[in-house]
Design a protein around this ligand. Structure first.
Ligand code: NAP
Ligand code: FE
Length: 368
Protein backbone atom coordinates (compact mmCIF):
# COMPACT_ATOMS: atom_id res chain seq x y z
CA UNK A 1 0.00 0.00 0.00
CA UNK A 2 1.20 3.54 -0.69
CA UNK A 3 2.51 5.13 2.52
CA UNK A 4 3.49 8.66 1.65
CA UNK A 5 3.89 12.13 3.07
CA UNK A 6 6.70 14.25 1.71
CA UNK A 7 7.64 17.89 2.16
CA UNK A 8 10.46 19.31 0.03
CA UNK A 9 10.36 23.10 -0.21
CA UNK A 10 13.86 23.37 -1.71
CA UNK A 11 14.03 23.89 -5.45
CA UNK A 12 16.53 21.19 -6.50
CA UNK A 13 18.38 22.44 -9.58
CA UNK A 14 20.37 19.53 -10.89
CA UNK A 15 22.79 19.11 -13.76
CA UNK A 16 26.01 20.36 -15.31
CA UNK A 17 26.20 24.15 -15.62
CA UNK A 18 23.15 24.55 -13.38
CA UNK A 19 24.42 27.78 -11.75
CA UNK A 20 25.13 29.55 -15.06
CA UNK A 21 21.85 28.34 -16.53
CA UNK A 22 19.88 29.69 -13.57
CA UNK A 23 21.73 32.95 -12.81
CA UNK A 24 18.49 34.86 -13.38
CA UNK A 25 17.14 33.42 -10.15
CA UNK A 26 19.29 35.53 -7.83
CA UNK A 27 18.22 39.18 -8.51
CA UNK A 28 14.74 38.50 -7.12
CA UNK A 29 16.40 37.93 -3.72
CA UNK A 30 18.19 41.29 -3.52
CA UNK A 31 21.32 43.26 -4.29
CA UNK A 32 23.80 42.04 -1.68
CA UNK A 33 24.87 38.55 -0.75
CA UNK A 34 27.19 36.75 1.68
CA UNK A 35 29.11 33.80 0.25
CA UNK A 36 29.96 31.22 2.92
CA UNK A 37 32.62 28.58 2.39
CA UNK A 38 35.71 26.82 3.78
CA UNK A 39 39.34 27.56 3.02
CA UNK A 40 39.62 25.58 -0.17
CA UNK A 41 36.55 23.82 -1.54
CA UNK A 42 34.82 26.73 -3.28
CA UNK A 43 37.94 27.68 -5.24
CA UNK A 44 39.25 24.14 -5.88
CA UNK A 45 35.89 22.96 -7.19
CA UNK A 46 35.35 25.92 -9.54
CA UNK A 47 32.01 26.66 -7.86
CA UNK A 48 33.10 30.06 -6.53
CA UNK A 49 33.94 31.33 -10.03
CA UNK A 50 30.56 30.16 -11.32
CA UNK A 51 28.72 31.83 -8.43
CA UNK A 52 30.64 35.11 -8.80
CA UNK A 53 29.90 35.19 -12.53
CA UNK A 54 26.21 34.55 -11.91
CA UNK A 55 26.10 37.33 -9.30
CA UNK A 56 27.93 39.75 -11.60
CA UNK A 57 25.31 39.16 -14.30
CA UNK A 58 22.65 40.31 -11.84
CA UNK A 59 24.83 43.19 -10.57
CA UNK A 60 24.74 41.69 -7.10
CA UNK A 61 27.43 42.73 -4.62
CA UNK A 62 29.05 39.97 -2.55
CA UNK A 63 31.13 39.53 0.60
CA UNK A 64 33.06 36.28 1.07
CA UNK A 65 33.34 34.53 4.46
CA UNK A 66 35.75 31.62 3.95
CA UNK A 67 36.47 30.60 7.53
CA UNK A 68 34.14 27.63 8.01
CA UNK A 69 36.08 24.74 9.53
CA UNK A 70 35.22 21.03 9.29
CA UNK A 71 32.45 20.16 11.76
CA UNK A 72 31.61 23.88 12.00
CA UNK A 73 31.60 25.66 15.32
CA UNK A 74 28.57 27.58 16.49
CA UNK A 75 30.84 30.59 17.24
CA UNK A 76 31.99 30.63 13.59
CA UNK A 77 28.37 30.67 12.45
CA UNK A 78 27.57 33.52 14.82
CA UNK A 79 30.60 35.49 13.61
CA UNK A 80 29.57 35.09 9.96
CA UNK A 81 25.94 35.85 10.80
CA UNK A 82 26.94 39.07 12.57
CA UNK A 83 28.98 40.05 9.50
CA UNK A 84 25.94 39.41 7.28
CA UNK A 85 23.60 41.41 9.52
CA UNK A 86 25.98 44.35 9.95
CA UNK A 87 26.39 44.48 6.16
CA UNK A 88 22.63 44.11 5.60
CA UNK A 89 22.95 41.25 3.12
CA UNK A 90 19.74 40.17 1.41
CA UNK A 91 20.63 36.50 0.98
CA UNK A 92 23.40 33.95 1.51
CA UNK A 93 25.04 31.38 -0.76
CA UNK A 94 26.85 28.46 0.89
CA UNK A 95 29.47 26.59 -1.15
CA UNK A 96 31.21 23.41 -0.01
CA UNK A 97 30.72 20.09 1.68
CA UNK A 98 28.38 19.49 4.58
CA UNK A 99 30.39 21.77 6.87
CA UNK A 100 29.97 25.07 4.95
CA UNK A 101 26.42 24.12 3.90
CA UNK A 102 25.32 23.38 7.46
CA UNK A 103 27.10 26.53 8.66
CA UNK A 104 25.15 28.55 6.06
CA UNK A 105 21.87 27.30 7.52
CA UNK A 106 22.87 28.42 11.03
CA UNK A 107 24.27 31.71 9.71
CA UNK A 108 20.90 32.44 8.09
CA UNK A 109 19.44 32.76 11.62
CA UNK A 110 22.23 34.98 13.03
CA UNK A 111 22.06 37.08 9.87
CA UNK A 112 18.51 38.00 10.78
CA UNK A 113 18.69 38.18 14.59
CA UNK A 114 21.33 39.45 17.00
CA UNK A 115 21.30 36.38 19.28
CA UNK A 116 23.74 34.89 21.73
CA UNK A 117 25.16 31.78 20.07
CA UNK A 118 23.14 29.04 21.79
CA UNK A 119 19.91 31.03 21.54
CA UNK A 120 19.68 29.75 17.97
CA UNK A 121 18.49 26.47 19.51
CA UNK A 122 15.79 28.07 21.67
CA UNK A 123 13.04 28.43 19.14
CA UNK A 124 11.88 27.44 15.70
CA UNK A 125 13.52 29.70 13.09
CA UNK A 126 12.43 27.56 10.14
CA UNK A 127 10.32 30.34 8.62
CA UNK A 128 12.32 33.18 10.05
CA UNK A 129 15.80 33.52 8.62
CA UNK A 130 17.64 35.22 5.78
CA UNK A 131 17.04 33.23 2.56
CA UNK A 132 19.92 31.02 1.44
CA UNK A 133 21.11 28.93 -1.50
CA UNK A 134 23.44 25.93 -1.36
CA UNK A 135 26.06 24.61 -3.77
CA UNK A 136 27.48 21.16 -2.90
CA UNK A 137 31.11 20.18 -3.52
CA UNK A 138 31.19 16.77 -1.77
CA UNK A 139 29.01 13.75 -2.57
CA UNK A 140 27.95 12.70 0.89
CA UNK A 141 25.86 14.64 3.36
CA UNK A 142 23.03 15.62 1.01
CA UNK A 143 22.88 18.77 3.14
CA UNK A 144 21.85 20.61 -0.05
CA UNK A 145 18.35 19.15 0.36
CA UNK A 146 18.05 18.45 4.09
CA UNK A 147 16.60 20.84 6.68
CA UNK A 148 19.34 19.97 9.22
CA UNK A 149 22.40 21.93 10.28
CA UNK A 150 24.83 19.82 12.33
CA UNK A 151 26.83 22.32 14.35
CA UNK A 152 29.50 21.81 17.03
CA UNK A 153 28.62 23.74 20.18
CA UNK A 154 31.80 25.41 21.51
CA UNK A 155 30.92 24.96 25.19
CA UNK A 156 31.13 21.15 25.20
CA UNK A 157 32.40 20.26 21.71
CA UNK A 158 29.22 18.26 21.05
CA UNK A 159 27.29 18.28 17.81
CA UNK A 160 23.72 19.53 17.96
CA UNK A 161 21.37 19.86 15.03
CA UNK A 162 19.27 22.86 14.11
CA UNK A 163 16.21 21.76 12.19
CA UNK A 164 13.72 23.10 9.66
CA UNK A 165 16.22 25.12 7.64
CA UNK A 166 15.54 24.48 3.96
CA UNK A 167 17.41 26.29 1.17
CA UNK A 168 15.47 28.36 -1.36
CA UNK A 169 17.27 26.36 -4.02
CA UNK A 170 20.30 24.12 -4.24
CA UNK A 171 22.61 23.78 -7.21
CA UNK A 172 23.78 20.22 -7.83
CA UNK A 173 26.60 19.86 -10.34
CA UNK A 174 28.68 16.72 -9.83
CA UNK A 175 31.67 18.41 -11.53
CA UNK A 176 32.28 20.37 -8.31
CA UNK A 177 33.15 17.07 -6.59
CA UNK A 178 35.91 16.15 -9.06
CA UNK A 179 38.60 17.95 -7.03
CA UNK A 180 37.80 16.07 -3.79
CA UNK A 181 40.58 13.64 -2.83
CA UNK A 182 40.09 9.87 -2.70
CA UNK A 183 39.93 9.47 1.09
CA UNK A 184 37.27 12.19 1.53
CA UNK A 185 35.37 10.87 -1.49
CA UNK A 186 35.15 7.41 0.09
CA UNK A 187 34.25 8.76 3.51
CA UNK A 188 31.54 11.05 2.11
CA UNK A 189 30.14 8.19 -0.02
CA UNK A 190 29.91 6.08 3.15
CA UNK A 191 27.94 8.92 4.76
CA UNK A 192 25.48 8.88 1.84
CA UNK A 193 25.25 5.08 2.07
CA UNK A 194 24.54 5.39 5.81
CA UNK A 195 21.75 7.88 5.12
CA UNK A 196 20.15 5.50 2.62
CA UNK A 197 20.51 2.35 4.75
CA UNK A 198 19.59 3.97 8.08
CA UNK A 199 16.57 5.59 6.43
CA UNK A 200 15.48 2.41 4.64
CA UNK A 201 15.32 0.28 7.76
CA UNK A 202 14.11 2.89 10.26
CA UNK A 203 10.51 3.10 11.40
CA UNK A 204 9.95 6.53 9.82
CA UNK A 205 10.52 5.24 6.26
CA UNK A 206 7.72 5.45 3.71
CA UNK A 207 7.17 4.60 0.06
CA UNK A 208 8.97 7.67 -1.26
CA UNK A 209 12.00 7.49 1.05
CA UNK A 210 12.35 3.77 0.23
CA UNK A 211 12.45 4.54 -3.49
CA UNK A 212 15.22 7.09 -2.96
CA UNK A 213 17.11 4.81 -0.55
CA UNK A 214 17.18 1.82 -2.91
CA UNK A 215 18.41 4.03 -5.76
CA UNK A 216 21.16 5.50 -3.59
CA UNK A 217 22.32 2.14 -2.20
CA UNK A 218 22.46 0.63 -5.69
CA UNK A 219 24.50 3.53 -7.11
CA UNK A 220 27.07 3.52 -4.29
CA UNK A 221 27.54 -0.25 -4.22
CA UNK A 222 28.03 -0.24 -7.99
CA UNK A 223 30.83 2.32 -7.61
CA UNK A 224 32.43 0.53 -4.62
CA UNK A 225 32.51 -2.79 -6.49
CA UNK A 226 34.11 -1.32 -9.59
CA UNK A 227 36.90 0.79 -8.15
CA UNK A 228 40.05 1.37 -10.08
CA UNK A 229 43.22 0.19 -8.26
CA UNK A 230 44.81 3.64 -8.71
CA UNK A 231 42.32 5.28 -6.34
CA UNK A 232 40.59 7.50 -8.87
CA UNK A 233 36.96 7.72 -9.89
CA UNK A 234 35.66 7.97 -13.44
CA UNK A 235 33.35 10.88 -14.30
CA UNK A 236 30.49 8.40 -14.48
CA UNK A 237 31.30 7.17 -10.96
CA UNK A 238 31.43 10.75 -9.67
CA UNK A 239 27.99 11.34 -11.22
CA UNK A 240 26.64 8.24 -9.51
CA UNK A 241 28.09 9.18 -6.12
CA UNK A 242 26.68 12.69 -6.34
CA UNK A 243 23.23 11.47 -7.33
CA UNK A 244 23.35 8.96 -4.47
CA UNK A 245 24.21 11.71 -1.99
CA UNK A 246 21.15 13.70 -3.05
CA UNK A 247 18.98 10.57 -2.78
CA UNK A 248 20.44 10.04 0.70
CA UNK A 249 19.61 13.63 1.68
CA UNK A 250 16.04 13.18 0.46
CA UNK A 251 15.79 9.97 2.49
CA UNK A 252 16.88 11.53 5.80
CA UNK A 253 14.76 14.61 5.19
CA UNK A 254 11.87 12.19 5.67
CA UNK A 255 13.30 9.65 8.09
CA UNK A 256 16.08 11.39 10.02
CA UNK A 257 19.18 9.33 10.78
CA UNK A 258 19.45 6.46 13.25
CA UNK A 259 22.01 4.90 15.57
CA UNK A 260 24.95 4.86 13.13
CA UNK A 261 24.86 8.67 13.22
CA UNK A 262 24.04 9.09 16.92
CA UNK A 263 26.80 6.65 17.87
CA UNK A 264 29.25 8.04 15.31
CA UNK A 265 29.31 11.62 16.57
CA UNK A 266 31.69 10.98 19.50
CA UNK A 267 34.23 9.44 17.11
CA UNK A 268 34.35 12.71 15.19
CA UNK A 269 34.07 15.00 18.21
CA UNK A 270 36.67 13.25 20.39
CA UNK A 271 38.80 11.19 17.98
CA UNK A 272 38.68 13.20 14.70
CA UNK A 273 37.32 10.30 12.65
CA UNK A 274 35.77 11.69 9.42
CA UNK A 275 31.97 11.75 9.65
CA UNK A 276 31.24 9.13 6.96
CA UNK A 277 33.69 6.60 8.39
CA UNK A 278 32.40 7.30 11.92
CA UNK A 279 28.89 6.24 10.84
CA UNK A 280 30.01 3.34 8.63
CA UNK A 281 31.74 1.67 11.58
CA UNK A 282 28.25 0.66 12.81
CA UNK A 283 26.58 0.21 9.44
CA UNK A 284 27.05 -3.60 9.03
CA UNK A 285 25.45 -4.12 12.49
CA UNK A 286 22.58 -1.80 11.60
CA UNK A 287 22.06 -3.65 8.35
CA UNK A 288 22.06 -7.05 10.09
CA UNK A 289 19.37 -5.76 12.47
CA UNK A 290 17.40 -4.53 9.47
CA UNK A 291 17.59 -7.99 7.91
CA UNK A 292 16.61 -9.65 11.24
CA UNK A 293 13.68 -7.41 12.11
CA UNK A 294 12.40 -6.12 8.74
CA UNK A 295 12.54 -9.32 6.75
CA UNK A 296 10.09 -8.26 4.02
CA UNK A 297 11.97 -5.04 3.34
CA UNK A 298 15.27 -6.89 3.46
CA UNK A 299 14.02 -9.37 0.80
CA UNK A 300 12.82 -6.51 -1.36
CA UNK A 301 16.16 -4.73 -1.05
CA UNK A 302 18.24 -7.77 -2.02
CA UNK A 303 15.88 -8.41 -4.93
CA UNK A 304 16.12 -4.78 -6.14
CA UNK A 305 19.87 -4.29 -5.79
CA UNK A 306 21.05 -7.88 -6.30
CA UNK A 307 23.54 -7.99 -3.43
CA UNK A 308 23.18 -10.31 -0.44
CA UNK A 309 23.49 -9.14 3.15
CA UNK A 310 26.98 -10.57 3.52
CA UNK A 311 28.09 -9.03 0.21
CA UNK A 312 26.89 -5.57 1.30
CA UNK A 313 28.56 -5.94 4.73
CA UNK A 314 31.84 -7.03 3.10
CA UNK A 315 31.80 -4.07 0.72
CA UNK A 316 31.19 -1.63 3.59
CA UNK A 317 33.90 -3.22 5.76
CA UNK A 318 36.41 -3.14 2.89
CA UNK A 319 35.75 0.55 2.30
CA UNK A 320 35.84 1.57 5.97
CA UNK A 321 39.49 2.38 6.48
CA UNK A 322 39.50 2.59 10.26
CA UNK A 323 41.46 1.25 13.21
CA UNK A 324 39.16 1.14 16.24
CA UNK A 325 40.07 3.66 18.93
CA UNK A 326 40.66 2.35 22.44
CA UNK A 327 38.11 3.63 24.96
CA UNK A 328 38.86 4.33 28.61
CA UNK A 329 36.33 3.29 31.27
CA UNK A 330 35.56 6.99 31.92
CA UNK A 331 34.79 7.59 28.27
CA UNK A 332 32.68 4.45 28.12
CA UNK A 333 30.66 5.63 31.13
CA UNK A 334 30.19 9.07 29.62
CA UNK A 335 28.84 7.51 26.41
CA UNK A 336 26.45 5.35 28.40
CA UNK A 337 25.15 8.38 30.32
CA UNK A 338 24.82 10.49 27.20
CA UNK A 339 23.01 7.87 25.14
CA UNK A 340 20.71 6.95 28.00
CA UNK A 341 19.80 10.64 28.48
CA UNK A 342 19.35 11.35 24.74
CA UNK A 343 17.86 7.99 23.82
CA UNK A 344 17.79 8.71 20.12
CA UNK A 345 17.67 5.05 19.15
CA UNK A 346 13.91 4.61 18.91
CA UNK A 347 13.71 4.64 15.11
CA UNK A 348 16.17 1.73 14.59
CA UNK A 349 14.91 -1.71 13.59
CA UNK A 350 14.08 -3.96 16.53
CA UNK A 351 13.97 -2.50 19.99
CA UNK A 352 17.49 -1.03 20.03
CA UNK A 353 18.26 0.36 23.48
CA UNK A 354 21.17 2.28 25.02
CA UNK A 355 22.22 -1.08 26.56
CA UNK A 356 22.40 -2.58 23.04
CA UNK A 357 24.48 0.44 22.01
CA UNK A 358 26.95 -0.22 24.82
CA UNK A 359 27.16 -3.90 23.88
CA UNK A 360 28.03 -2.84 20.33
CA UNK A 361 30.65 -0.41 21.64
CA UNK A 362 32.24 -3.15 23.74
CA UNK A 363 32.37 -5.46 20.72
CA UNK A 364 33.91 -2.86 18.38
CA UNK A 365 36.28 -0.84 20.57
CA UNK A 366 39.11 -2.25 22.68
CA UNK A 367 39.52 -0.92 26.23
CA UNK A 368 42.55 1.08 27.33
P1 NAP B 1 33.40 18.83 4.86
O1 NAP B 1 33.75 18.90 6.31
O2 NAP B 1 32.44 19.83 4.35
O3 NAP B 1 34.71 18.88 3.96
C1 NAP B 1 35.78 17.99 4.23
C2 NAP B 1 37.05 18.51 3.57
O4 NAP B 1 36.94 18.38 2.14
C3 NAP B 1 37.34 19.97 3.85
O5 NAP B 1 38.74 20.12 4.03
C4 NAP B 1 36.91 20.66 2.57
O6 NAP B 1 37.57 21.86 2.28
C5 NAP B 1 37.27 19.63 1.54
N1 NAP B 1 36.51 19.76 0.29
C6 NAP B 1 35.16 19.79 0.16
N2 NAP B 1 34.83 19.80 -1.14
C7 NAP B 1 35.98 19.80 -1.86
C8 NAP B 1 36.28 19.79 -3.23
N3 NAP B 1 35.33 19.73 -4.17
N4 NAP B 1 37.58 19.83 -3.60
C9 NAP B 1 38.56 19.83 -2.67
N5 NAP B 1 38.35 19.82 -1.34
C10 NAP B 1 37.05 19.81 -0.93
O7 NAP B 1 32.89 17.32 4.58
P2 NAP B 1 31.45 16.66 4.46
O8 NAP B 1 31.66 15.24 4.76
O9 NAP B 1 30.78 17.04 3.19
O10 NAP B 1 30.61 17.32 5.64
C11 NAP B 1 30.69 16.82 6.96
C12 NAP B 1 29.77 17.63 7.87
O11 NAP B 1 28.41 17.48 7.45
C13 NAP B 1 29.83 17.14 9.31
O12 NAP B 1 29.80 18.23 10.19
C14 NAP B 1 28.56 16.31 9.44
O13 NAP B 1 28.11 16.21 10.77
C15 NAP B 1 27.62 17.10 8.55
N6 NAP B 1 26.44 16.36 8.05
C16 NAP B 1 25.31 17.06 7.81
C17 NAP B 1 24.17 16.45 7.35
C18 NAP B 1 22.94 17.24 7.08
O14 NAP B 1 21.88 16.70 6.78
N7 NAP B 1 23.01 18.55 7.17
C19 NAP B 1 24.16 15.05 7.10
C20 NAP B 1 25.34 14.35 7.34
C21 NAP B 1 26.48 15.02 7.81
P3 NAP B 1 37.18 23.29 2.95
O15 NAP B 1 38.04 23.37 4.17
O16 NAP B 1 37.48 24.29 1.93
O17 NAP B 1 35.72 23.24 3.31
FE1 FE C 1 25.65 12.07 7.76
Amino acid sequence: MLDLTYHMPTNIIYGTGCIQKNASLFPAFGKKCLIVTGKNSAKASGALDDVLQALALGQIESIIFDEVEQNPLLSTCKRAGDLARENKVDFIIGIGGGSPLDATKAISIFAKYDLRAEEAYNQDYSKDHVPFFLVGTTAGTGSEVTPYAVITVDRDGRKRSLKGLFAEACFCDYRYTLSLNYAFSVSTALDALSHCIEGYFCNRADTMSDLFAVQGIQLILDVFTNLSPDQTFTEKQRQKLYAASIYGGLVITKTGTSFCHSMGYFLTEDHHVPHGIACAVYLPDYLRRGFDFETKKADLLTYEIDYTLSEICNIIENMTDYTPVALSEAEREELCERWTADNKFGSAPGDFTPADAMELVDRIFPKT
